[in-house]
Each structure stands twice: as C-alpha cells, then as structure tokens.
Write a protein that binds this ligand. Sequence first.
Ligand code: NAD
Ligand code: UGA
Length: 465
Amino acid sequence: MKKITKICCIGAGYVGGPTMSVIANKCPHIAVTVVDINEDRIAQWNTPNLDNLPIYEPGLKEIIRESRGKNLFFSTDVDKAIDEAQMIFISVNTPTKTYGKGKGQAADLKFVELCARNIAKVAKEDKIVVEKSTLPVRTAEAIKNILDHTGNGVVFEILSNPEFLAEGTAIDDLLNADRVLIGGDDTPAGKAAKNALSDIYENWLPKERILQTNVWSSELSKLVANAFLAQRVSSINSISALCEKTDANIAEISRAIGFDSRIGPKFLNASVGFGGSCFQKDILNLVYIARSFGLKEVADYWEQVIIMNDYQKRRFADHIIQSLYNTVSGKKIVLYGWAFKKDTNDTRESAAIHIADALMDERAEIVVYDPKVSEERIYADLDYLETRTPDENRTLLKVVSNPMEASREAHGIAVVTEWDEFKSYDWTKIYELMLKPAFIFDGRRILDTQNMRQIGFNYYKIGEA
Ligand code: NAD
Ligand code: UGA
C-alpha cells in the first residue's frame, strides 16, 4: 500500500468542507483537495473574507485560516484531484428520491454513482475509495461493481467511513469524535486500506476510538445511529403532548429519566420537531430497506418516528391558531429562527418551514428573523414546497433583519430555533411593542416561564400546561 500523501474529497458541502479542513489541519504531511461541480460553492470556500464561507460552523474559519493554501485546497478541477490522490472520499449529497421506484423513501444514489464513474474514468493508479456520504446498506457493492469494470487494471479498495458530526458543533465533533467507524473487506488488501485510513485519524484521535467493521455493518450503523437519535426526540416529543394535558412538566421528566445511566441525559429536549438534512432522510431509507426485504413490522416501527415528528410540527402550528382565537388570518406572527437548530445556517427540513407553511395556509402574515439564514434561502425553502406561488409566498411572508422591530404590532411570536441571542432580548420592550394580549409560543423551551408571565405575556412552552 502506497503512503497516503494526497487526498481528494468529492463534495464540498456541510460534511466534505469541515471534515477535510480538520484532516488537513491535523495532517500537515497530507495535501487535501476538496472538489465540487458547484463553482459558486468552491469560490465561496476560496473567499478571502472568511466570514463569507459557504457554511457557518463555529471554529471552522480559524481552521481554514491555518490550513487553506498550505495543504488544504478547494477546486472545481475534479479529474485532476482524482488523478493525483491515493485516497478519494465521496462526500456528495444522497437525498431522498423524488421520482420513480422508491420515490419519497429510498436514497437517490445518482450523485454517488456519477462519482464512481468519474473515478473509474480518470484513475490510472490503484486507489482507496472512501464512502463518506450516508448510504444504504450494500451500496459499496454497487460502487465496487462500477470500479471493477474499468478494464484498465487499476485496483480499488472500497471503504465505508460514515460521518457522525452534527451541524453547529461539527468542528468539535470532528476533533473529539466519540468514535470513527471504518468498514472494509477482511482481505489483506482490505485490512491494509482500513489501516491506512485509521492512520489518518490516529493523528489526533486515540486508536481505541477507531472501530473497524465489515462494510455492511458500517453502512447500516450510520442509518441506525441516526434512527436511534431521532427516535429519542420523537419519544420525548410524544410525552410533551401528554405533559400539556396532565400538568406534568417535560423538563422534569427528561431530567428524571435522564438520570438513569441506562437512558442518559442527552437528546431529551422536547422541541417543535427535529429537522436537518439527515434524520428524516435516513429513517425513510431504513424503512425502505426493511420493507424491500419484506420486514413490514420493522419498517412500520421506524416509520412511526417520522409520523410522530410530523405530528409535533402540526401540533405546534395548531396550538398557535387555537390560541389566537381560532383565526390567524391577517394576523402578524413573528418567527424567531428559521435554521433547523442553532449555530448553523442550514435550513434543510427545518420545522420552521412547515410551521410557516401551515400558518400561511390560514392566511397569517408571517415575519421571519434568523441571525444566519438569508432571505433568499427562506423563500427558496417555501417555494420548494409548491404549496402556493412564489409571489404569494413573498406577499404572505417577510424576512427582516431587526428582531425588535419585527415584534411591533405582532399578535404572536413563535420561537422555532434555539439561538442563544433570543434569551437575552429585552422581552419587556418586545411586550410593549406587541399587540395585546401578546402571545409567545416557545417551541424550544429557552425562555423563563415565570419571567415571561410576569412581563404580561400569554406564554406557551412546549411540554408544559
Ligand atoms: P451537501 O449538499 O451540503 O454537499 C454535497 C456537495 O456535493 C454539493 O456541494 C454538490 O454540489 C456536490 N456534488 C454532488 N455531485 C457531485 C459530483 N458528481 N461531483 C462533484 N461534486 C458533487 O451535502 P452534505 O450535508 O455535506 O451531506 C453529504 C453526505 O453526508 C450525505 O450523504 C449526508 O447524508 C451525509 N451526512 C451529512 C451530515 C450533515 O450534518 N449535513 C452529517 C453526516 C453525514
Ligand atoms: C445529526 C446527528 O446528531 C449526527 O450524529 C449525524 O452525523 C447527522 O445528523 C447527520 O447524519 O446528518 P444534525 O442533524 O446536524 O446531526 O443535528 P442534531 O443535533 O442531531 O439535531 C437534529 C434535530 O433534532 C435538530 O432539529 C434539533 O433541534 C433536534 N433535536 C435534537 C431536538 O429537538 N431535541 C434534542 O434533544 C436533540
């Protein structure tokens, strides 16, 4: 096995960008080139002003500042980077299929397949190909099939190395990963490839945290990890609805059960519902795979996690409508937040989109403030739903940059992302600016109930009566 001195990563997105930045930063002896077909995205990664990087992630710009131009490069020359690298990561998007067989559930692997074909076309020397994207179990087989039929004698080892970073904490998650998973063949060449990848991570992570498995376990573990995490959120959200009926308090319940070391305290925050590009997509994919093997009960079991999440988003919007005397038509409702969680500008599958859409169906006038999400992105998210015309979306929803001003003459404010800055707002001033009775709907449980009620708000916190 040749020494790894050059790495190429295809896909400069939320995973490719941060992951490769950290690898480059921790491995100064390796040249890392991140490539993408999206020219704008690459131009943004190369921006001299590090505040204009294509993604916002705490700690990212500091790492880019140290490594970019030294051993970290962003380029659109995909073929050159593939040709030169001994190890190629595939980190492209794997969205849910929107057409044909498996529409709405299966993963769309066309981008991954295109990468494999491109590698097959360009490679002149043996290479290790690493699946970084989240893929259905047994995808490596398809990639291997494409790569094994080039007829040019080049030998490829395929590894699965799923990524477990969460957005908003990506850099910390990468620097202090709980574990790194490397799946590959148990042949001598497969083992050597796994060790070569392990060597890279061992530059900053203890060896015990680097787990080696077979390819299929690695691919499936990634889907299962996301399914378990999402299941915890849906479980606690289901109980939040019960708390609101019974005077029990969801925070007290999370604390009480989280103290059980077998359950643990993390991922027990009730919310407006989980979002993000992966939880729903990966569970749908798991459901699809289970169903395709005839495992109906398994598929139904996991599908319930998504059904519960949809219920929670709908329940929150319905609660707003009910509280505002069963009509929000012509009423100004402010959404604080649009991102699917704090500390990211990513809005994919954000609960905010669905809540806004439900309120707009009732002809509410929505005003959105998010500290990191652009107006263009917000409209794109709504237009994508195709619930109404782009013109109607722009009439019914406005995006603003001043959160205080947004509250003027509002009937209600819904907190849908847990940005820290919302906690430190002058809520007394906001109360004065709003129409009375002034309603706050806290879908993230970040404000103090007693304080808000003392100010005079009609304050609703998810999971509390
Ligand atoms: P993304 O959409 O942000 O980035 C993917 C990039 O790949 C895009 O910039 C796109 O232009 C590029 N691309 C697509 N086809 C290409 C091709 N043929 N050649 C070159 N570039 C190409 O996606 P992401 O969020 O980075 O996710 C990538 C994968 O990682 C997905 O499978 C996802 O499930 C998984 N994942 C994501 C996260 C996350 O937090 N976002 C975490 C873990 C795993
Ligand atoms: C998630 C996983 O945490 C990562 O390990 C995984 O790599 C990634 O998906 C992926 O495969 O894409 P991410 O979606 O970035 O990461 O963010 P999370 O912190 O997991 O939050 C997901 C959603 O659940 C957010 O909308 C968040 O607000 C919500 N959530 C999370 C809750 O509502 N309550 C909680 O207690 C935790």
